[in-house]
Ligand binder design. Sequence first.
Ligand code: EPS
Length: 353
Amino acid sequence: MTLRLSSAGESHGPALVAIVTGLPAGLALDRAAIDADLARRQAGYGRSPRQQIEQDTVDVLAGLRHGRTLGTPLALVVWNRDHKNWTWGMSPWPPEGEPIGKGVKPVTLPRPGHADLAGVQKFGHDDVRNALERASARHTAVHVAAGAVAKALLAEIGIVVSGTVLDEEALRAAVDAARAERDTVGGVVEVRADGVPAGLGSYATKEDRLDARLAAALMGIQAVKGVEIGDGFALAELRGSQAHDEIGIDKRRTSNRAGGIEAGVSNGEQLVVRAAMKPLPTLMKPLASVDLATGEAATALVERSDVAAVEALAVVAEAAVAWELAVAATEKFGGDAVGDFVEAHRFYCARIE
Ligand code: EPS
């Protein structure tokens, strides 16, 4: 039983969907808890007016009965409320009637920093919208819903994951200043996980390494350009005697510069990872670009945008880390029923004590 997640959905299409397979049966899910994470993702400072339109909530179409998983594929849906303004422009089928609403006019002005140009080149599109709709961070909403499911599973074995902006005050000041100058900003988020037992992930192959998996998961989030595990880049400046975390007779560490992972394996200390986000590429004062329709010099697309989405990233990164930990935990403890999973974890923890 491998825990897997796949998702689909365009930013202004009808909905965002996710299918989760490999969840044990009998896991209790709390709709309010999932919706609370969706709301946290939307609440961040510097987000666009789109967030007032959306007010995301989750619907479950399969895999759940009376609030408990069935051990069958779980289908999650987050509807795009804004789709009502794009029914012609983002119609999945050839649209009928007069073109009306948003997304009618092709976009030909690619934004530096976005998927726009490489996206149309790669897929052979002539409307940049065909690239930007899926490249948009909008679909992180349904990944947050899946992350909330992962957190419910992790809670069964006492693992708690939480993400924050590294420096909220500085971020808010930077957002205010950037907004005044009609610009955008990025920032750094940190995710910590408590209760992670030693032994998740493995040094056996590079694909097994928990740090590699977490880095890939975080880099998989829009706009993330850097990832650190524990003290990360700062460790490169230290001597070995200063960098490593000494082991006590209780097998605990006196420090945690490794961020809870050594050699790709969790070591029982708090997991600490950080992700750096670049400033958002949709600018009200656009950068130089080319008009793909005429080949002439132009400035990039100007669209409704966020000033920053760093607080949203903290929630999305939390979901991504929770997801990877849930994959690693189910790999290690298995179980078709949630009770089997919990029991295997209990047995293992007793053994390594
Ligand atoms: C996004 C652009 C904005 C954001 C959007 C991500 O959307 P729009 O182009 O519709 O104004 O608001 O984020 C969300 C809608 C969301 O829920 O996170 C982008 O280009 O990535």
